[in-house]
Design a binder for this molecule. Structure first.
Ligand code: HEM
Length: 498
């Protein structure tokens, strides 16, 4: 397999770019140079085609999550769905976790999210009470982190973290601290020392990690632990649940074959709850930052979205899960376009080939080989998208209008190969909740406010000096820490004249 010479014989280039935060761009550049397959490290081959994506991630693929997913394990009891890399154990855990993501829980989630979104919009425009006045510049990276973190806290534990509220709150630092941990795990996993780290973890390293953990993270852990144990105790005492949040569904989950409680070890319940916060916050937050960046930078798109939302709903309260929201196809297309250009996990989701080997894009790979596709590069494939670097939601909507001509077939084919939530047995468990959140946050904000880039603020934009792949000011540039580290956009909001 071709690739940069140093990368073929050493992990150093991959590690270097993981440390620098531009590993996704490095991968993209290599696809430009070497074509649709390259060796990114001695035991890592990356691909950039829909066919390879299916061969690696589809349910039938003979692959499983690589050891990388143990990078954030914090102790031997910290066993959850995403770090269970044995396919059978994963399947069992996933089946139980799915009980937290039913139609019923989705329905319960909507009104709960809406309260947070409305309060958030009120805060966003709190210093722009008169209709003609723009708010002070708002850094969306922090504002959205707070909104999404509060929503998840509420969905998971039945209690808002209240980080979006003004004033002191130790939990405010948490989204930032969690991402710091994610990026350290990412760098470690790409270093040549990762196997040693995995070996050392149960041999004293876990204990050391706990000792050097940031005091605020310890406080967050204690907070989550307190909530989880409190809920378990109330459940055991026979208290009736007042709210059907995700934790309620996990707590009452039973194994389908035996009808016995699914989580008998409270540590496992805690580990799963932590996974939900991790998987459900930075992903949605990064996507929303990308979405607001592209909307604010493309007034044509924003105006068209405004028209759709404001003509579909007579009041903001009407914006809720249901047929009217599903009918807003331009809204949905804007979200897909943001997921394409600003995927929250921009580099590969690493998969290891299982015994027996796997044929990927017509080529045999032996067991143990780590393989993957990068969402950042896949979404920018000019052979598939044509004007791949343009934020053009119209590409997701069939149209016979001459300006936006797009056949049903073209759209169907694009959607078939677009997997922002991954695919197969280890795809996103929370995709319906995530989509509902993106729809509600975007539609309600657009209904209630006018939005613009704060004059003079360029946060998040590409810059010529960043070099190949990051030069364009139209692109939302993030750092790659496995999940995206975002900066900006900095926007202003104005209460809409109703
Ligand atoms: C825009 C938002 C989101 C996107 C794009 C997204 C995408 C993904 C992707 C690509 C994966 C596979 C990761 C991998 O294999 O490395 C994943 C896994 C997962 N996601 Fe999401 N996600 C989002 C939001 C959420 C939310 C809101 C929740 C929960 C409330 C959630 C829960 C999960 C869980 C539990 C997994 C692990 C599933 C498993 O191991 O089987 N996600 N997500």
């Amino acid at each position: 397999t071709p690739g940069p010479l140093l990368a073929r014989i050493s992990v150093l280039p991959s590690f270097y770019h993981a440390c620098k935060g531009d590993r996704h761009i490095w991968i993209w550049r290599n696809f430009q140079v070497y074509g649709d397959t390259f060796r990114a490290a001695p035991n890592l081959v990356l691909f950039n085609t829909p066919r390879a994506h299916a061969d690696i991630y589809a349910a039938r693929a003979n692959t499983t999550r690589s050891g990388f997913y143990r990078a954030w394990k914090r102790g031997k009891d910290d066993v959850n769905t995403i770090n269970s890399i044995d396919p059978l154990i994963h399947a069992r855990k996933r089946k139980t976790l799915n009980l937290a993501f039913t139609e019923q829980s989705l329905k319960a989630a909507g009104p709960l999210m809406a309260v947070h979104v409305d309060r958030w919009i009120e805060l966003l425009t709190s210093d722009a009470n008169e209709s003609e006045i723009w708010s002070t510049p708002r850094d969306m990276a922090t504002w959205i982190d707070a909104l999404v973190f509060d929503i998840l806290g509420d969905l998971c534990f039945g209690e808002s973290f209240d980080t979006k509220e003004p004033g002191e709150n130790k939990l405010k630092k948490l989204p930032h601290l969690i991402m710091k941990q994610v990026s350290i795990g990412y760098m470690l996993s790409k270093s040549g020392l990762f196997n040693l780290v995995l070996w050392l973890q149960p041999r004293g390293l876990y204990a050391l990690q706990e000792r050097i953990r940031h005091a605020d993270v310890k406080e967050y852990n204690a907070f989550v632990q307190g909530r989880v144990h409190g809920r378990i105790a109330a459940h055991k005492a026979g208290e009736k649940a007042t709210r059907h949040d995700m934790f309620h569904f996990l707590l009452t989950a039973t194994e389908t074959d035996t009808n016995l409680p699914a989580y008998t070890d409270s540590n496992h319940l805690l580990a799963e709850a932590r996974l939900l916060v991790l998987a459900g916050t930075d992903t949605s937050a990064a996507t929303l930052c990308g979405l607001f960046f592209y909307l604010a930078h493309n007034p044509r798109v924003l105006a068209k979205l405004n028209a759709e939302i404001r003509s579909t709903f007579a009041s903001v309260q009407e914006i809720m899960l249901g047929p009217s929201l599903s009918k807003c196809q331009y809204l949905r297309a804007c979200i897909d376009e943001a997921l394409r250009l600003a995927p929250p996990a921009p580099s590969e989701l690493p998969r290891e080939v299982l015994p027996g080997g796997a044929v990927i894009q017509g080529q045999f790979y032996p067991p143990g080989t780590v393989v993957g596709c990068s969402a950042w590069s896949m979404g920018r494939d000019e052979a598939i998208y044509g004007d791949a670097y343009t934020f053009r939601p119209e590409r997701w909507i069939p149209s016979s209008h001459l300006d936006t001509l797009n056949s049903e077939d073209q759209v169907r084919n694009l959607k078939k190969i677009f997997h922002p939530f991954s695919t197969g047995s280890s795809d996103c468990a929370g995709r319906n909740v995530a989509m509902l959140e993106l729809l509600l946050v975007c539609a309600r904000t657009v209904w209630k406010t006018d939005i613009r880039v704060a004059p003079g603020f360029k946060d998040g934009e590409g810059r010529p000096e960043l070099g190949w792949g990051q030069r364009s000011r139209d692109q939302f540039i993030v750092k790659d820490a496995f999940l995206s580290l975002k900066e900006g956009p900095v926007l202003q909001f104005r209460q809409r004249l109703e």
